[in-house]
Design a protein around this ligand. Structure first.
Ligand code: FMN
Length: 206
């Protein structure tokens, strides 16, 4: 099933979905493969395509990943200021996802070849820039098929442990996110609130 969304609607309504993930509905492997094939069309530095997607559906592995995620998420929620209604709402949504992450039917972990922690920024920009467009394409393709997702990075605080759980060769490959994926409860999503364009766009110089 492809939702009837214009390109602009797709781009403006692919939201971080945490509360409206349908935990009871399985996600078909073929649908995930369609999204991953579209993700492969994203740009990469030097045509290297040195990336991988680890798709986790097995229950005990999702539970183990969720535990690592919570271990970083809960302290983050404790120290995070809740100075506006919007921040309070997001905090509650993050807590909700923390409590249910193990039940989300699919966890997708985009990875990229070559670790870059000791490399200059230009190198790191190429490495991360080689995987992040593909991961976002995956999320857009998922949304167009009625799936919701959310970019998360909490589990990276325990990246090595996650690599052990999944057999990822930690010394050669970096995980860049953990994207929970499920069908959404309802398919209507609204554009997110953003700052006025002129606060972040600089014409002909900063
Ligand atoms: C690099 C990056 C890291 C993020 N890490 C997390 C995370 O660990 N946990 C989480 O719940 N959301 C995470 N998010 C999601 C953001 O908090 C935010 O919800 C998202 O950018 C879009 O939200 P919106 O659809 O409400 O505009 C992350 C997003 C990005 C781009």
């Amino acid at each position: 099933m492809i939702l009837e969304l214009t390109p602009d609607e797709l781009l403006s309504t692919t939201r971080a979905v945490r509360r409206r993930l349908d935990l009871a509905r399985p996600v078909e492997r073929e649908v995930l493969e369609e999204c991953l094939s579209l993700a492969q069309q994203a740009p990469t530095a030097s045509y290297s395509q040195n990336w991988h997607f680890v798709v986790v559906t097995e229950e005990s592995r999702r539970a183990a990943l969720a535990e690592l995620w919570r271990d970083v998420a809960y302290p983050y929620l404790e120290r995070r200021p809740a100075t506006s209604e919007q921040l309070v709402r997001i905090g509650e949504a993050v807590r909700h996802l923390a409590e249910h992450l193990h039940e989300v039917p699919v966890h997708v972990i985009p990875c990229v070849g070559a670790r870059s922690e000791d490399k200059p920024v230009a190198w790191q920009a190429s490495i991360f820039g080689s995987i992040l467009p593909a991961a976002w394409s995956f999320m857009l393709a998922a949304r167009s098929r009625g799936l919701g997702s959310v970019w998360t990075t909490f589990h990276l605080g325990h990246e090595r442990e996650a690599a052990e759980i999944l057999g990822i060769p930690y010394e050669e490959v970096m995980q860049v996110a953990l994207i929970p994926v499920a069908y959404t409860i309802g398919t209507d999503f609204k554009p997110g609130r953003r700052n006025p364009l002129d606060t972040m766009v600089h014409w002909d110089g900063w």
